[in-house]
Ligand binder design. Sequence first.
Ligand code: 5GP
Ligand code: ZN
Length: 114
Amino acid sequence: MEDCLFCKIAAGEIPSTKVYEDDHWFAFRDINPSAPVHVLLIPRQHVKNILALTDETNKNFSDFFLVVKKIAEQEGLGDNGFRLVINTGAEAGQTVFHFHAHIIGGKAMGWPPF
Ligand code: 5GP
Ligand code: ZN
């Protein structure tokens, strides 16, 4: 197994506040939330980021947006909306190199975010 923080969280070896799980996905609350709702959605399979995806690993991503939708609705974000952020690579601010999508909501947000 990869020596990876998010692999260990998905495996339950490091505690987290679970929000959702199924065969391919695990979602938990960000330890340093940027908004009232800040959930991280990760694949159980270790994929570094979008740039590391292959035809093979992409098979487990086919339901990605439906899982995002399910979590957003479960978190009460269905009426006012939410932001989906996937930092990819160092310049974008990716600090944990296991693919993760930030699902952020519960307050009005500005754009651009930088
Ligand atoms: P990135 O900057 O890579 O897009 O996002 C990494 C996110 O992971 C950050 O928002 C950070 O707060 C969160 N994070 C880092 N370590 C942990 C941890 O041990 N537990 C949880 N729940 N979140 C973490
Ligand atoms: Zn990993």
